[in-house]
Design a protein around this ligand. Structure first.
Ligand code: CO
Length: 136
């Protein structure tokens, strides 16, 4: 049996068309404030992280038309985009999936936002949910 590799829900990512409007809504509805904000040029996204206990709500919007999040919004509209699971070792968790014959988007861990190390697992492997493995 595989030992538990997930240590926390790191973030729940929601794709939105208007980042400012989404931030304002979370603020007004729930009193949630932005803890971290970052443009990740390599992914073509701008994100705002709102802290909830030890996890984040990650509001995501595309910064260019060919970004994967832009394609997601065009095809599916706004909504839940991916779940970020915190792991102690991103490479180890990725290898566990590959060893099962699972499909991954990132063959090796790479830099994520907030100085994290991340890798994405293809939703076809993980029951329709895009999974991001996040190592702090
Ligand atoms: Co993410």
């Amino acid at each position: 049996m595989t030992e538990l590799l997930l240590t926390e829900i790191d973030h729940v990512a929601i794709a939105v068309n208007d980042l400012e409007a989404a931030i304002a809504w979370y603020q007004e509805a729930f009193g949630a404030t932005v803890d971290h904000r970052e443009r990740v040029e390599s992914d073509g996204v701008e994100e705002a992280l709102l802290k909830v206990a030890d996890s984040y709500v990650q509001l995501l919007t595309p910064t260019r038309d060919d970004s994967p999040v832009a394609k997601y919004l065009a095809n599916k509209g706004e909504g839940l985009h991916h779940i970020g699971y915190r792991v102690a070792n991103c490479a180890e968790a990725l290898e566990s999936i590959k060893a099962m014959g699972g499909r991954v988007i990132d063959e090796a861990p790479r830099p994520g936002s907030r100085g994290t190390t991340v890798a994405f697992v293809h939703p076809k492997t993980s029951f329709g949910t895009l999974i991001e493995l996040v190592q702090e």
